[in-house]
Design a binder for this molecule. Structure first.
Ligand code: NAD
Length: 274
């Protein structure tokens, strides 16, 4: 299926690794121009170079110009970081057609141990930062008649996990905001806003939690990996490529009627009917 998004411009945050990288790769494989962001420069530049190779393949297969890729190393949860992204992209709320918000998740732990500062950091990273990014781009998208905003949240929004108190709380705040925004006047102007809820995807972040679990229980990493995957009906973790494929589809005109949704990608782990 031609997703008809070649030549569009996308901002992909947290794109050097994991799910963000999977989304960036799926978009560039459709000929989308990218501004990608992550905190550390070296892995971001490495990813940018790999994405350029994907773009070159797309260009040679289609006979069209190679997609452009700009990389901005900064912390997207800070005002300075967002300024750096807008500056690289050509001014506040540059003409992005597509935006994926994403940043690292908050730490795990018992809520009794978290301070107000911990909560403020989590709310800033996983609620206020996406809202600030949306604020900068959404009206331009509506004025131009096309926009796709996707936020990576978590399956913990649908099925909260006690040790993820910071994530459960902060991401639920974003989810409530998005529910209202998606149904506002922007919906009649070609802009959709949806959340992607990952279950367990094979990324550095998941690996870090598996390593921690192995150390805590004294089991081998391989045992912990196998035991966790065995709990998933699909009997495996998801891949960033699978995640990116849904992202790219939701960015297409074909997905114009999917708006204000929380899309769970978890291999069937969530046990409910809805
Ligand atoms: P990852 O650690 O593999 O990759 C995270 C990416 O985001 C990296 O490129 C990193 O540099 C970048 N990043 C992190 N903080 C940033 C910041 N402040 N500013 C700019 N870039 C930043 O993680 P992942 O597994 O891809 O997870 C992405 C998001 O999805 C996280 O919020 C995570 O909590 C959430 N999530 C992941 C899973 C999973 O199974 N992997 C499950 C549920 C939720």
């Amino acid at each position: 299926m031609d997703l008809e998004i070649a030549g569009r411009w996308a901002l992909v945050c947290g794109a050097s690794k994991g799910l963000g990288r999977g989304c960036a790769q799926a978009l560039v494989a459709e000929g989308v121009n990218l501004v990608i962001n992550a905190r550390s420069e070296a892995p971001l530049l490495q990813t940018a170079s790999e994405l350029r190779a994907v773009g070159a393949q797309w260009a040679s297969a289609t006979g069209q110009n190679q997609p452009k890729i700009a990389a901005v190393a900064c912390d997207i949860t800070t005002a300075q970081g967002r300024e750096a992204v807008w500056a690289a992209a050509g001014g506040p709320g540059r003409d992005f057609d597509i935006m994926l918000t994403n940043a690292g998740g908050p730490p795990t732990g018992d809520f009794r141990g978290f301070t107000a500062d911990d909560w403020q950091r989590a709310v800033n990273a996983n609620m206020l930062t996406p809202i600030e990014l949306i604020r900068a781009v959404v009206d331009g998208m509506a004025a131009r008649g096309y926009g796709r905003i996707l936020n990576i949240t978590s399956s913990a929004v649908k099925a909260p996990i006690d040790v993820l108190a910071l994530s459960n709380g902060a991401r639920s705040g974003l989810t409530g905001f998005v529910a209202g925004l998606a149904r506002s006047a922007i919906a009649a102007n070609g802009v959709t806003v949806n959340n992607l809820l990952p279950g367990k995807f094979d990324t550095d972040r998941l690996n870090a939690t598996l390593v921690a679990a192995a150390e805590k229980t004294g089991q081998t990493l391989e045992h912990v990996r196998h035991a966790q995957a065995a709990q998933i009906p699909a009997r495996r973790f998801g891949t960033p490529g699978e995640f990116g494929a849904l992202c790219a589809f939701l960015c297409s005109p074909q997905a114009d009627y999917i708006n204000g949704q929380n899309l769970l990608l978890d291999g069937g782990l969530y046990p409910g009917t809805f």
